[in-house]
Ligand binder design. Structure first.
Ligand SMILES: CC(C)(COP(=O)(O)OP(=O)(O)OC[C@H]1O[C@@H](n2cnc3c(N)ncnc32)[C@H](O)[C@@H]1OP(=O)(O)O)[C@@H](O)C(=O)NCCC(=O)NCCS
Length: 174
């Protein structure tokens, strides 16, 4: 990788919307990696994008490579749990973009005082599971026949988490 291939991770701005949506749509069209399916609901995506920009407990990161949006990560803090979803466009995978997005997200979660980071992933998404395990996430359970796809199928989902607060006491009830 030369200097021009440097990945810049930054917070999204309002100007990123069209390129962000196109990136999201391209990955959704692949049909097997993320929860949302193409064609995306533009109004719902616009609302999610704006929440990511504006809400104090939300984060919307983009990864820029050679001036193009290569990936994105969206997160929200709920009950002290930082939940996130991420994607990298097909042409840019395997170059460390996902790792850099995840590092920035974990910094944010720590800053926000989250006690845990959490996500869901399709069981067949071995690349994503490998990435999460590299960052200390573990599989915590399998949600069976949990999500309905537009074609009527019901897909299982794997819940993964990484505990950030290892010192607070646990439940006294076992
Ligand atoms: C999963 C995803 C985000 C990874 O992003 P990426 O930029 O390709 O990841 P990186 O280049 O940082 O690689 C990180 C790790 O992922 C794993 N990985 C990457 N490519 C892989 C491959 N082809 N096969 C298996 N593991 C792979 C490795 O553990 C790798 O770490 P290493 O390079 O130290 O071995 C990306 O593939 C993607 O967006 N896929 C489609 C959308 C998606 O699945 N989103 C997640 C939904 S839960």
């Amino acid at each position: 990788m030369d200097a021009e291939d440097r990945v810049v991770i930054r917070r999204a701005t309002a100007q990123d919307f069209e390129e962000w949506l196109a990136l999201f749509e391209a990955v959704a069209k692949e049909g097997r990696w993320i929860g949302r399916e193409a064609p995306l609901d533009r109004v719902e995506r616009r609302e999610a994008f704006e929440r990511g920009l504006e809400a104090a407990d939300a984060l919307l990161l983009v990864a820029e490579l050679r001036g193009r949006l290569a990936g994105t990560l969206g997160a929200g803090l709920r009950l002290g749990i930082a939940e996130f979803g991420m994607l990298v466009g097909e042409p840019w995978r395997g170059r460390g973009v996902g790792s850099k997005l995840l590092e920035s997200f974990l910094d944010w979660a720590q800053e926000k005082g989250a006690h845990k980071a959490s996500l869901q992933v399709w069981p067949h998404n071995e690349t994503a599971i490998a990435l999460y395990e590299k960052f200390g996430f573990v599989k915590e359970g399998r949600l069976r026949r949990h999500y309905r796809r537009r074609n009527g199928e019901l897909w299982d989902s794997i819940q993964m988490g990484r505990v950030l607060d290892q010192t607070s006491p646990g439940s006294p009830y076992g």
